[in-house]
Design a protein around this ligand. Structure first.
Ligand code: BEZ
Ligand code: FE
Length: 278
């Protein structure tokens, strides 16, 4: 392990005596298995004292950095948890929510355009499609909560230069289950690499880049909710996603076209399928 770390400034947390009278059986089983798996790794790779101390310091440093531990978990583990809990056989594939979702995006009015600045970086994009149930019937009035980076790879709320809820908004399907919104093509972007996750990825020789994508949360009273992402054919990072989340079924092919006012815009289409609520 080439990773090095220095100890962060810490103060001991205030603790109360833990309640050991009601052990949690499931937690015990999981912690036992995590410990056994890590011990197996330690033995297999003959981890040294120095490497063990470097790992401890790396974790201590991560804990002092804002949102670093949730991001690190999202990079390495979230897609596996997502697939286990949300993948369905007769609906659109799920995809990780990620750490940059912000609740409370504005409900937009038709014709829909995600809130953006006049000079928003990125090629204009018109994204349309349908939302249907597994039997093919349209799901009218499905709520789509959408968020994305712009063409410079920047997310509002995580970049102080962008207005609140820039490229974030909610819209609804029409009576035929159709939707359409204007936005810009998101570019690929490096996840925040200034902290412990970035240090680890650099030591591993990994790029730390996500392919361009648009995030969606879909909800309808009669259907199972879906959180997913849509990617774009031709993106050089599709096969090299730091999160390993990109799935071929979620890749659309952008086509040069025009928007409702006849202006040049890239267009793309995706048809979502939401199985009936259990
Ligand atoms: C994202 O899609 O924004 C993301 C997902 C996982 C980790 C970091 C970023
Ligand atoms: Fe994202």
């Amino acid at each position: 392990m080439t990773l090095t770390a220095t100890a962060p400034e810490t103060t001991a947390p205030e603790t109360t005596a833990p309640d050991t009278t009601a052990p949690n059986a499931r937690l015990n089983a999981i912690v036992d298995d995590v410990q056994a798996a890590l011990i197996e790794v330690i033995r297999k790779h003959r981890v040294t004292d120095e490497e063990y101390r470097a790992a401890t310091l790396w974790l201590m440093n991560a804990g002092t950095q804002h949102l670093e531990i949730p991001m690190m978990l999202d990079v390495f583990l979230a897609q596996a948890v997502d697939d286990l809990n949300h993948q369905v056989s007769d609906g659109t594939d799920c995809n990780v929510e990620g750490p940059v979702y912000v609740a409370g995006a504005p409900e937009l009015t038709a014709p829909y355009a995600l809130p953006q600045r006049a000079d928003e970086p990125g090629t204009p994009l018109v994204f349309s499609g349908t939302v249907r149930s597994a039997d093919g019937s349209p799901l009218a009035d499905t709520l789509l909560d959408i968020w994305q980076a712009n063409g410079a790879g920047e997310y509002s709320h995580f970049n102080p230069d962008l207005p609140e809820f820039n490229l974030r908004g909610k819209l609804r399907t029409d009576r035929e289950g159709r939707f359409e919104f204007a936005t810009v093509m998101p570019s690929e972007y490096p996840i925040p690499l200034g902290g412990s996750t970035g240090q680890l990825l650099a030591s591993l020789g990994r790029t730390g880049v996500r392919p361009g994508h648009i995030h969606f949360k879909l909800s309808h009273p009669d259907a199972q909710p879906l959180t997913t992402q849509i990617y774009f054919d031709g993106d050089p990072y599709l096969g090299n996603d730091v999160v390993g989340a990109c799935k071929p079924s979620l890749v659309v092919s952008p086509v040069a076209g025009v928007d409702a006012a006849g202006r040049p815009a890239v267009t793309c289409t995706f048809d979502f399928v939401l199985p009936a609520a259990g």
